[in-house]
Design a protein around this ligand. Structure first.
Ligand code: C2E
Ligand code: MG
Ligand code: MG
Length: 584
């Protein structure tokens, strides 16, 4: 808030309570003054009537003030000015007039608390003008006495304004000038109260800048700060007046949209985001549901943000929107058994032979066509379908490979991706054992692929599950090593036997000598630790040649074969076997 703006602490509820209290105490005080005054009964009666009007105004404000539009508070303060002016003129004696006039302090406080500075000054000028004129018209109060009351009221106004600004700054983010988390929580609770009273819709959104950390790391914190200020500025410009935008911390913003239903809120955030394409942003939106708490609403907005980020960033998702439709469709696909498994060859680079495959889930949506696993795995995680989906892929992969072995004698070691949600389930190792027993597939030919981030998130249960699986004879691979989540200490704590280097890392090894050096060191370190290394995403012969020179043991990528249904993979393997045999 700027010094001249409307104070943030002046919420509808606080204004209602303050004004009602002032009217009640002002009216009560005037009533006492009327009772205690000397003079003609009709003057005292008139003053008493004004006091009763003030008491009634207090009751009305208390009962209905929270529903008034903000401008109505100007009317309420003006009514006070009129009542006090009339009371001063009607007072039977000078002492009573001064005592009634002193009630102008209530008006001054309200004006400094509720309104922007220019409007507060207008109210104050009217109130002091009315008071001074009223006192002078009486003829029994001197100009200096009137001015002394004015001076006291002006002093009190200045102090009130200062305190109000100080209280407001505790709810403000100094960098962007937006509300901070505290200010947002305050607005959210106000919004919740309004919703329960009026039944109007309300939506909340969480906005997260994509790759903000990279800006901070590569261009410095000043550049990061500039981006945050810029975002605050452009967003504030396009939001409706009732919206509350807050910086929730770091690069996360929260937005409250009173009076707006979910789809409209989603449209709005999408529209604003699309206007400023240079700042990548993911958003999660949720509409308030009847009976829901503020914390539940924000949790759903957070879930929607999680889905938006997991499905490729730069997206906006509405909780209960497209993502949950996709979850329903995914559940139906699982019921119908239409989730299939493709297999991607893994090459032993020293023997130049395919020795294994990675099982990858595939889903062709009846209307949308093929859906990326990155997207539907995120949806499955969020909607609780992951254990079913994971087990389906596991069973399908083992059954198909066991059938292949039975028919041809060919045995391929299989890598199966397992999500953190599955590992967090204490029955997971037992389920794995059951699937292996049911399909007849050997544990020794099975590798569980886990990403470090997920293991980290679920921690002790997950690590215990991995140890149990190792004890059953399965291998454990750390997947996507070399992405944002890699940590060396994890190599030590996880019972892994394989390290899978992420394709984003392999993509740079032929263009950057530093990367090539890092690769050499990682392969050396893995060797010392007794870990096999699989290079993922090998696409070019140059990458293949460099990996061989460095001594990387396994490779996986389009160069050796794309993920495909098992019969296609087998055909490819048979063909390369024939070529190898004929060249011998
Ligand atoms: P991942 O486990 O790292 O799988 C390797 C991904 O790299 C696959 O993507 C594969 O198609 C892709 N890939 C392989 N070779 C190349 C290449 O040469 N160049 C490039 N650019 N990409 C290559 P896909 O199939 O889209 O799967 C993406 C991710 O989804 C997987 O990453 C895995 O984390 C997850 N996922 C897939 N299926 C399952 C599943 O059944 N369960 C779980 N929990 N996650 C799965
Ligand atoms: Mg994998
Ligand atoms: Mg991977």
């Amino acid at each position: 808030m700027k010094w001249s703006g409307v104070p943030e602490v002046a919420t509808q509820r606080v204004m209602t309570q303050a004004l009602a209290t002032q009217y009640v105490f002002g009216g009560g005080s005037a009533l006492l003054a009327a009772l205690g005054a000397d003079g003609p009964w009709w003057d005292r009666a008139a003053l008493g009537a004004l006091a009763l009007t003030a008491l009634a105004a207090g009751a009305v404000t208390f009962r209905w003030g929270a529903r008034w539009p903000r401008p109505a508070f100007h009317g309420a303060v003006l009514l006070g000015t009129v009542l006090i002016g009339a009371g001063v003129v009607q007072s039977p004696d000078a002492a009573t007039a001064v005592s009634v006039g002193a009630l102008t302090t209530f008006l001054a406080m309200a004006a400094c608390f509720f309104f922007s500075l220019p409007l507060a000054v207008v109210h104050l000028t009217l109130a002091l003008g009315g008071l001074t004129a009223g006192l002078l018209v009486r003829g029994d109060v001197s100009l200096l006495t009137a001015l002394s009351i004015d001076a006291m009221i002006v002093g009190l106004s200045v102090v009130t304004r200062g305190l109000v600004l100080r209280a407001s700054s505790a709810s403000r983010d100094p960098l962007t000038g937006l509300a901070n988390r505290r200010g947002f929580d305050h607005a959210l609770h106000e919004g919740m109260r309004a919703v329960s009273r009026t039944g109007e819709p309300m939506s909340a959104a969480l906005l997260d800048l994509d790759h903000f950390k990279a800006i901070n790391d590569s261009q410095g914190h000043d550049a990061g700060d500039r981006v945050l200020r810029q975002v605050a500025k452009v967003w504030r410009k396009d939001l409706p007046a009732t919206a509350v935008l807050a910086r929730h911390g770091g690069d996360e913003f929260a937005l409250l949209l009173p009076g707006m239903a979910g789809p409209a809120a989603l449209d709005l955030v999408r529209r604003i985001r699309d206007q400023y394409p240079d700042v990548g942003m993911s958003c999660g939106v949720a509409e308030h549901q009847p009976g829901e708490s503020a914390a539940q609403l924000m949790r759903r907005a957070d879930l929607a943000l999680y889905t938006a980020k997991a499905t490729g960033r730069g997206r906006c998702e509405l909780d209960g929107g497209a993502a949950s439709t996709l979850a329903t469709d995914l559940a139906a696909a699982l019921d119908a058994g239409s989730i299939t498994v493709h297999f991607q060859p893994i090459l032993d680079m020293r023997a130049d032979r395919v020795v294994g495959v990675e099982a990858l889930a595939r889903w062709t949506h009846p209307e949308r066509g093929p859906v990326s696993p990155v997207e539907f795995i995120a949806v499955a995680e969020q909607s609780g379908l992951m254990p079913r989906l994971g087990e389906h892929v596991f069973r399908t992969a083992c059954a198909e490979l066991a059938a292949l072995h039975a028919a041809t004698g060919r045995r391929l070691r299989v890598g199966i991706n397992v999500s953190g949600r599955q590992l967090a389930d204490p029955t997971f190792p037992e389920r794995v054992r059951a699937v292996l027993a049911e399909t007849g597939w050997p544990a020794a030919e099975t590798v569980i692929e886990v990403t470090e981030s997920l293991v980290e998130a679920e921690s002790s249960t997950a690590v215990a599950a991995l140890h149990e699986l190792r004890a059953l004879g399965l291998g454990v691979a750390i997947d996507d090593f070399g992405t944002g989540y890699s940590s060396l200490s994890r190599l030590d704590t996880l019972p892994a036997v394989i390290l899978k280097l992420d394709s984003s890392f392999i993509a740079t090894i032929t263009s950057s000598t530093r990367r090539a050096t890092m690769l050499r060191s990682i392969v050396g370190m893995a060797d010392v630790l007794g870990l096999d290394v699989v290079a993922e995403g090998v696409e070019t012969p140059e990458q293949d040649a460099l990996l061989r020179t460095i001594g990387c043991s396994f490779g996986q990528g389009w160069l050796y074969g794309r993920p495909a249904p098992l019969p296609d993979v087998v055909e490819l393997l048979d063909r390369s076997d024939r070529i190898a045999a004929s060249s011998r």
